[in-house]
Design a protein around this ligand. Structure first.
Ligand SMILES: [Fe+2]
Ligand SMILES: [Fe+2]
Length: 313
């Protein structure tokens, strides 16, 4: 499927289980269909030797963009849901296939946002029951910009807009969407909010407490960090107007990162314990060096089958 990222962004700111291939379950889908869904995943594997106390695997997906909307929604939203299916018709299938894959690999599931395309009762009912399903793999998430979108681009997307729906969104998701950490086999995963291209004022203060733990850190958020190479990739190779990253230096032809965000990213670059950063939002895969110590892994769209698998050692 060929599509440009701007098609999606009408807004400016816009405990492990093992199973085997023979008994996997895509929640009611016929076996042949499930096989096909699994074979459609585009899996890229990485080995990260970062000091895990025990080797483990994580399946990283992002940008599922579920488009459920039923009669509880306005006609406008029901129409939006139908229209968006043009892009996101395989979202649920690919999400379930990724979980099935994670079960098969005895892996943790990491999701870096845009699980839903827009706010709707049915989207959030799906998300909360999905993460609570029997047999769900261990998981950890960050939110995306679309989690807070009512109609996609109908209003300025800022903190006030986010706060209109924050509590409703938070209820559906399994961990704190503002800032949250989770230690898995000696690796400290730290997820935080950067969905509108900035970070919270107290983010360094909160990170310092994570650094004090002395464990290798993997950071996760939705919008990738600016790097010269990622910027070049988005503008030159992907032919995008802007890079859709946070912390863009001033003098580029797009909104520069604010002072607090720039300060945070510069600080993060000096942290030897930060071993990797994972994100999404771009709907296209990209891997690049973020700092002397950490690579940034941007996974493409779960809606089109993109999956990164990390073997942590
Ligand atoms: Fe997205
Ligand atoms: Fe996004």
């Amino acid at each position: 499927m060929t599509m440009n990222r701007r098609d999606f962004l009408k807004c400016g700111a816009c405990a492990c289980l093992a199973s085997s291939l023979s008994n996997f379950d895509l929640s009611g889908f016929p076996k042949a269909f499930a096989d096909e869904a699994l074979s459609n995943l585009k899996v890229v594997d990485f080995t990260l030797k970062i000091g895990a106390t025990k080797p483990f695997t994580a399946v990283h997906i992002s940008d599922t963009h579920l488009t459920f909307a039923d009669e509880r929604e306005t006609e406008r939203k029901q129409k939006l849901a139908k229209d968006r299916l043009r892009y996101f018709g395989k979202s649920e299938t690919n999400l379930r296939a990724a979980v099935t894959y994670a079960k098969e690999k005895d892996a943790v599931l990491l999701h870096t946002g845009d699980m839903v395309d827009f706010l709707s009762d049915k989207n959030f009912e799906f998300v909360s029951s999905f993460y609570a399903e029997d047999g769900m793999v261990p998981h950890f998430v960050s939110s995306g910009n679309h989690e807070f979108s009512h109609y996609l681009g109908e209003a300025k997307e800022d903190e006030a807009y986010k706060m209109q729906s924050f509590d409703r969104v938070q209820k559906a998701f399994p961990n704190d969407l503002r800032f949250c950490s989770r230690v898995i086999n000696g690796v400290n995963f730290v997820a935080f909010d950067d969905v509108y291209y900035y970070v919270a004022d107290d983010v360094i203060e909160r990170f310092e407490k994570e650094v004090e733990k002395g464990l290798p850190i993997v950071t996760m958020c939705h919008v990738p960090f600016y790097t010269p190479e990622l910027y070049r990739f988005m503008i030159e190779d992907q032919k995008e107007r802007i890079s859709y990253t946070i912390g863009v230096p001033s003098g580029k032809n797009e909104r520069a990162g604010d002072e607090n965000t720039m300060k945070f990213l510069e600080w993060l670059k000096t942290q030897p314990l930060m071993k990797a950063h994972i994100s999404g939002h771009l709907h296209v895969n990209h891997v690049d060096q973020f700092s002397e110590y950490a690579k940034q892994y941007v996974v493409g769209g779960n809606f089109k089958g993109d999956v990164f698998v990390y073997h942590f050692e």
